[in-house]
Structures are given as structure tokens and as C-alpha cells.
Design a protein around this ligand. Structure first.
Ligand SMILES: Cc1ncc(COP(=O)(O)O)c(C=O)c1O
Length: 437
């Protein structure tokens, strides 16, 4: 299929409006105005659309294109694997080499005794898997009443039924009229709130607590230094499993291999997706502690009745292995830390230039700029996102919970000059909204 003329492009836009229901999208605007960009190519931190617009992908698309766009070696490894073995089952005792090698590599990259991976196709499936494994674990250990899952306000865990139910951002839960039972939410930074909730519910009813090391979609919220150590202690004390959702924070995003490394804490289960393949293939999973894995084996009498068709997909796992090799070879984790310092410097410069900018923060290449919001005033961040896009920068606005925040997560490969360019565009975009309000 070729798009050569303006007519071809208009046709494509019409087909989009009529036939493509976009995920997490402003449906009316999408249907009336069509797509704002139809991307055709990506190179490094840049995306290009059919109209010839070239924009900086300041979000790594969905926080996931960690190694940047246009990596031919990832395309090549996918093609090689598909030619050799595109798919075979991993159910029962069947296996394949890329899945085995990736599981072993993840055990090496993670801290503590996280040794054993269950693969999924993405982050929501990973989180649902972790909830089900937690509940199944307690059934096997003779405590079937331990089934409640506690998560945090401002959290985002995905859109499958369990993941939506765990998500702390209420509009996602309100999207459908009924969510899954036994999901509870506590204040995102308060360990006391967790303790109180455990005591109210009774620890004998709680299966697990789940948290993102840095909350992403909820507005890039970075926990206080001691928060997760205390969380680990609380979970240990009450015999509650601790699950980390590293779907965004994994694979170098925060300037460490995993977000929880900043806090020196190892969970019982770690969920991952996105950056594991930098979005070049659909893959996620849950890495279990050696103890949990051993307990599953020791206490189970039958089949582990949980599995997706694409659990351990050979092509996706081969892409992940190559993606991890690139991150290692190019020292992208260290680079993300250094580039993250520059990003924060840039944010601070904008803060000093623009009077509507409030708090700025980042951890590695996950950052946020808050707008100072007068009560009842209209949010400015969505307008800034539109302005920035026109000027060549894609970023995202978060307006949940009365926030008015811009969030950023550029590819880990971003260079100093590119950060400077990003900051210039951003400053100009904020200035134009500042002057028009
Ligand atoms: C922290 C976190 N967990 C889970 C998910 C869901 O992942 P997926 O969209 O791959 O199902 C996301 C997606 O943005 C996420 O940010």
C-alpha cells in the first residue's frame, strides 16, 4: 500500500475516522477531525508523518521506545526468528530458546532473588497475572481468604479487568459500570494509610500490595526516599506479597535498570513490559522470587492454570534479548541518568522563565512540569501539548485528580543538543499559552 498523493492521504484519514477505534482517545474529536498525525517512519528520537512533519517523540511514544526509533538490528532479529520459528507453544512442558535465554537474562539483570519469569504480551496482562498468582499462592499456602489487592491513588496499572480495578485513577475505573471485587486503594505516599487499611481489613484478607516505583500516567510522582523500604517492612510484617509494576520504569528509564533499584528494595513479584522490547514487539511478564517459584512447585498438586497463547513468544523474546544487548552495549542506563540531569536542568530553566510553571521533577528520563493552577481555572497543559506538537514536540498532559501537569519520557538515546531543542520548543509553547491567557 502506497501513500503518494494528497488524495491517498485524505483517503487514509477517512478510513481512520470510519474504521479505527483508537485506544484511549477523544472519540468525538477523532471521528470528526481524524488523526492528527499518521506516522510513517521513526529515526532516533524523531517521528515523521505523511505530511512531512518531523516531531520529537518526547514520550518515547507510550514511555516504551527506550532505544529510539528505526533500529534495524531489531527488525533483523525479528525477521530471522520468524523465518526460523515464528511461533510454538510454551504451554505444558514445551519451550523455545529465546524465551529460555530471556528469562535467564532477566534473572541476571534484576536484584535479589527474582529468578523466574512468566511471560505475557503486555503490561496489563502482566499485572493481572501477578494478582492471580498472588491469590493462587495463598490458596496453596492454606490461606484462601488472603485475596484483596491494595494499590495506590494516582496509580495506573492498565486496562484489563484486574489492572483497571487496581488503577488508582478513578476515571479509568468509572469507564465501566462494574469492576473486579477485592481491590482497594490507599494514599500514594502514605505508609500510615497502608498500615491503617491493613488493620481495618485484617491482614488475613490481604494478598498483595502493588506499586509503580515512579507513578507514570498518574503524573510522574516520585516516592519519598524511605517510602519503599517501609512498604517492604510492612508487607513482610503482615505476610503480604509486594508487587512492583515496573512496566514504565524498567529497562533504564529512570537511570537504573529498574526503578526499585533507587530504593534498594526487592519485591516478591516484578511486572514488566514496554521497554523490554522498546516497543518493537509486544511483550511483558512477571518475574517471581525464587521462593515463590519453589513454593508454587512444592505446594501445587496439578497444573498452573494460567497462560496466554503468546506467553513466551519466540520472536518477541528474541527482540527483547537484542534490545537488552543494545541497552548494555550503548550504556543507555548510565546515559539515561546523565541525560535525566540535563532534562531537569532544562525544566528548571523553563521554571525560571515562565510564571505559570510550578513544581518540576524527574528521575532519569521520566519527568514532569506542573502548571500553577488557579482554582476552577481551565487546565493549561492540554493547550500546551497542542502548541508543542505544532512546534515539533510530542508530550502528554495529565489532568486527573485536578492536576495540570506535562509529562515527558524521551528515548534513552537522547543527546544534549536534542534536549536543548526540546526545551526551546517547550518554553515557546508554554510562553504562547501564558501570553494568550
Ligand atoms: C505502570 C503501567 N502498568 C501497566 C500498564 C499497562 O500496560 P499495557 O498497556 O501494555 O497493557 C501501563 C501502560 O501504560 C503502565 O504505565
Amino acid at each position: 500500500m502506497m501513500v503518494n498523493t494528497l488524495n491517498d492521504l485524505q483517503q487514509l484519514e477517512e478510513l481512520d475516522k470510519k474504521h479505527f477505534l483508537h485506544p484511549t482517545s477523544p472519540i468525538k474529536q477523532q471521528q470528526e477531525s481524524g488523526p492528527s498525525f499518521i506516522f510513517k517512519e521513526g529515526r532516533g528520537i524523531y517521528l515523521e508523518d505523511y505530511k512531512g512533519n518531523v516531531v520529537i517523540d518526547g514520550m518515547s511514544s507510550l514511555w516504551n521506545v527506550n532505544v529510539g526509533h528505526g533500529r534495524e538490528e531489531l527488525a533483523e532479529v525479528a525477521a530471522e526468528q520468524m523465518k526460523k520459528l515464528a511461533f510454538s507453544s510454551c504451554f505444558a512442558t514445551y519451550s523455545n530458546e529465546p524465551a529460555i535465554r530471556l528469562a535467564a537474562k532477566l534473572a541476571q539483570l534484576t536484584t535479589g532473588d527474582l529468578t523466574t519469569t512468566f511471560f505475557t504480551s503486555g503490561g496489563s496482562e502482566a499485572n493481572d497475572t501477578a494478582y492471580k498468582l498472588a491469590r493462587h499462592y495463598w490458596i496453596l499456602k492454606g490461606a484462601p481468604e488472603k485475596k484483596k489487592i491494595i494499590s495506590r491513588t494516582k496509580s495506573y496499572h492498565g486496562v484489563s479487568m484486574g489492572a483497571t480495578s487496581a488503577t488508582g485513577l478513578k476515571p479509568f475505573r468509572d469507564f465501566s459500570s462494574s469492576i473486579a471485587p477485592d481491590f482497594l486503594h490507599v494514599d500514594h505516599f502514605s505508609t500510615d494509610a497502608l498500615r491503617e487499611r491493613i488493620l481495618i481489613e485484617g491482614p488475613e484478607t490481604i494478598a498483595a500490595f502493588i506499586a509503580e516505583p515512579v507513578q507514570g500516567a498518574g503524573g510522574v510522582h516520585i516516592a519519598p526516599d524511605d517510602y519503599f523500604k517501609e512498604i517492604r517492612e510492612i508487607c513482610d510484617f503482615y505476610d503480604i506479597l509486594f508487587i512492583t509494576d515496573e512496566v514504565i520504569t524498567g529497562f533504564g528509564r529512570t537511570g537504573e535498570w529498574f526503578g526499585m533499584n533507587h530504593y534498594g528494595v526487592t519485591p516478591d513479584m516484578m511486572c514488566f513490559a514496554k521497554g523490554v522490547t522498546s516497543g518493537y514487539a509486544q511483550l511483558g511478564g512477571v518475574i517471581l522470587s525464587e521462593k515463590m517459584h519453589q513454593d508454587f512447585s512444592d505446594f501445587s498438586s496439578g497444573t498452573l492454570l494460567h497462560g496466554y497463547t503468546y506467553s513466551g513468544h519466540p520472536m518477541a523474546c528474541a527482540v527483547a534479548l537484542k534490545n537488552i544487548e543494545i541497552i548494555e552495549r550503548e550504556n543507555l542506563v548510565r546515559h539515561a541518568k546523565e541525560a535525566g540531569d540535563l532534562l531537569l536542568e532544562g525544566f528548571k530553566w523553563i521554571q525560571s522563565e515562565r510564571k505559570i510553571v510550578g513544581n518540576v521533577r524527574s528521575l532519569g528520563l521520566m519527568g514532569a512540569i506542573e502548571m500553577i493552577k488557579a482554582r476552577e481555572a481551565k487546565s493549561k497543559s492540554p493547550l500546551i501539548v497542542n502548541e508543542a506538537a505544532k512546534r515539533g514536540l510530542i508530550c502528554r498532559s495529565v489532568v486527573f485528580d485536578d492536576q495540570d501537569t506535562l509529562v515527558f519520557a524521551p528515548p534513552l538515546t537522547i543527546k544534549k543538543k536534542e534536549i536543548e531543542k526540546m526545551m526551546t520548543i517547550l518554553n515557546d509553547a508554554i510562553k504562547s499559552i501564558e501570553e494568550s491567557s
